[in-house]
Write a protein that binds this ligand. Structure first.
Ligand code: NAD
Length: 253
């Protein structure tokens, strides 16, 4: 087997949450290109159908499942749907996420909780459900953020706490499930990639950060998806508990 073969995901079954827009679409498509069938989760099932068409265009199977990851029961139902359709779950990509920016002096408990509920709790509920059915050799990737590692000028206590929480969650699940279940758990901390989420930034915000981007530009979703494919594949078989920054160098400045 050549080294390139170890990057293949042929006949694996992957769940991608937040697959209805942005990075989730790029992740689902790249995983399918690498050979995986993909279970697509998000609240908007009509938009999931668009992603499903992209997956099917690669020749792989797609299963859209309407899911609000903030609801633990819906996370369990998502994994049950995957098991009844495909009989296995090899990879989970916890990508569903929302962001907000409120000054700490004014942020309400509900505003703070709503971010933690989706970004941190939702990832944990889905990982727990997958952990029950995953076989040795499986892998989980939590999509954190450079906001889990550093600051970027906006008042984002809830988002930053949720993404830093994912770094800790990743480490702990990796140590709980490595030897016992043979499941690797890692995180990716993306820098700035143009999506619906970054569309919410005020004009000039990204330009102001340009000096911190060592590579001098925002990232392309394909660059992130390539890291994901590596991380969930056998090519990363000895990597667990890590948070990999894919950020054009923002976190070294
Ligand atoms: P996006 O808004 O385009 O996509 C977010 C996805 O999550 C959408 O499919 C949305 O429907 C889904 N989602 C939101 N709430 C949900 C819920 N309760 N249940 C199920 N699905 C839900 O944004 P994106 O930029 O593609 O973000 C994807 C992930 O990447 C997020 O976790 C985000 O925090 C992270 N991230 C993005 C960037 C970036 O620059 N775009 C940087 C760092 C981290």
């Amino acid at each position: 087997m050549s080294v390139l073969d170890t990057f293949r995901l042929d006949d694996r079954v992957t769940i991608v949450t937040g697959a209805s827009s942005g990075l989730g679409v790029a992740f689902a498509t790249a995983l399918a290109e690498a050979g995986s069938d993909v279970v697509l989760a998000a609240r908007r099932v009509d938009k999931l159908d668009d992603t499903a068409a992209l997956v099917r265009a690669t020749g792989r199977r797609a299963l859209p499942v309407a899911t609000d990851v903030a609801d633990p029961d819906q996370c369990v139902a998502l994994v049950e749907s995957a098991m009844s359709e495909f009989g296995r779950v090899d990879v989970l990509v916890n990508n569903a996420g929302i962001s907000s920016a409120y000054p700490a002096s004014r942020e309400t408990p509900d505003q703070f909780r709503s971010i933690i509920d989706v970004n941190l709790h939702g990832s944990y509920w889905t990982a727990q459900a997958c952990g029950k059915v995953m076989q040795p050799g499986s892998s989980i990737v939590n999509i954190s953020s450079i906001l889990g590692l550093t600051t970027a000028g906006l008042p984002q206590a809830a988002y930053s706490a949720s993404k830093a929480g994912l770094v800790g969650l990743t480490r702990d699940l990796a140590q709980q499930w490595g030897t016992r279940k043979g499941i690797r758990v890692n995180a990716i901390a993306p820098g700035f990639f143009a999506t619906e989420m970054t569309d919410q930034y005020r004009d000039g915000y990204l330009d102001g950060l340009a000096l911190r981007m060592v590579l001098g530009r925002v990232g392309d979703a394909g660059e992130l998806a390539a890291t994901l494919v590596w991380l969930v594949s056998d090519a990363a078989g000895y990597v667990t508990g890590q948070t990999i920054a894919v950020d054009g160098g923002v976190t070294i400045t």
